[in-house]
Design a protein. Structure first.
Length: 314
């Protein structure tokens, strides 16, 4: 049962997941001394500078709302593979290598294979899409993503008629992802979409942000972006895409199934059990604003859920 709560402030870190998950951060921080040099002196690390995209298409799906600042988008993130704090992804990712990189695409499709990041960047038209991002923690941003419509990628592998869902999996590499040395959540991070959600025109495979390739803290080299769902659905650093006839059990469903459902559609009428979802705090702004159904994309996606009880299917 969902319990309504009118908490005015943002949820505390230990409220976002479970208290045991939060406390795991202590052991993570104690083991992170080796990363201190990279965190304190990032200019001493020979990391590749992000490349700029050329000939970007400006998408008609973009919102005209003011975009958040670069340091807000790249410096305030949830990416537990680098740690549980909001600045941990930026602080602990200076040495992350995103090349070479390929994605295995398999399951219920007629042409399984590999998707190489360089092919994705060179053979698919990149476009800029300015989307709202709403976190389940009741904060939000407006982000100028660069990427490729996911459907155009999936079609290349010819999913067959048995495929009802798409499952996504993040890289497991304890050297590149120091957070994975600790049982913060079940690794690898996994997510899933229903096939019609994955094939919807709004669903994006992001390869960049602010006209440049994705930095590690934002999910380099490619991440999912599903703008009408809470941000935890937008899985980062993907290495596998699998077509399946069974609904995937995502990481947060494993961690706390009563709090994080499969659909995770932004719904101001369905509170998190421990805080209200009716309003959100836009990063960089002081006052809260009302949360919009489907994060403001109801006209485009509400038909996907016609006849469904969105309070039961949260």
């Amino acid at each position: 049962m969902l319990i309504r709560n009118s908490i005015a402030s943002d949820p505390k870190s230990f409220e976002i997941t479970s208290k045991s998950t939060y406390l795991n951060r202590r052991s993570f921080l104690q083991g992170g001394a080796a990363l201190a040099g990279a965190a304190l002196f990032p200019w001493s690390v020979s990391a590749a500078m992000p490349k700029k995209f050329e000939n970007l298409i400006k998408s008609p799906f973009s919102t005209d709302e003011p975009v958040n600042k670069y340091d807000e988008v790249t410096g305030y993130n949830n990416f537990y593979e680098f740690g549980t704090g909001k600045t941990d992804p930026m602080d602990n990712s200076a040495t992350f290598e995103s090349r070479p990189w390929s994605v295995t695409v398999d399951g219920l499709c007629d042409k399984p294979g590999q998707l190489d990041i360089e092919d994705l960047l060179s053979k698919f038209q990149q476009e800029e899409r300015i989307y709202r991002l709403r976190c389940v923690e009741a904060w939000s941003m407006v982000v100028p993503w660069v990427g490729v419509q996911l459907s155009s990628i999936l079609e290349k592998f010819e999913p067959n008629s048995k495929a009802k869902y798409v499952e996504f999996t993040t890289l497991v590499d304890k050297k590149r992802f120091p957070g994975q040395n600790y049982p913060i959540v079940p690794w690898p991070y996994t997510e899933g979409l229903r096939m019609d959600e994955a094939m919807h025109p709004l669903t994006l495979m992001a390869t960049g942000v602010f006209g440049e390739e994705l930095p590690p803290q934002n999910g380099a080299p490619l991440r999912l972006v599903v703008p009408w769902k809470y941000g935890f659905k937008s899985i980062k650093s993907i290495v596998r895409i699998r077509f399946t006839d069974q609904q995937p059990t995502s990481t947060w469903m494993q961690q706390a199934p009563n709090e994080y459902g499969f659909y995770a559609n932004v719904n101001p009428e369905v509170d998190h059990p421990r805080w209200s979802q009716a309003k959100e705090r836009r990063i960089g702004q002081f006052f809260r604003q009302p949360t919009l159904p489907f994060n403001g994309y109801a006209d485009e996606v509400a038909s996907l859920y016609k006849g469904m009880d969105l309070k039961a299917n949260f």
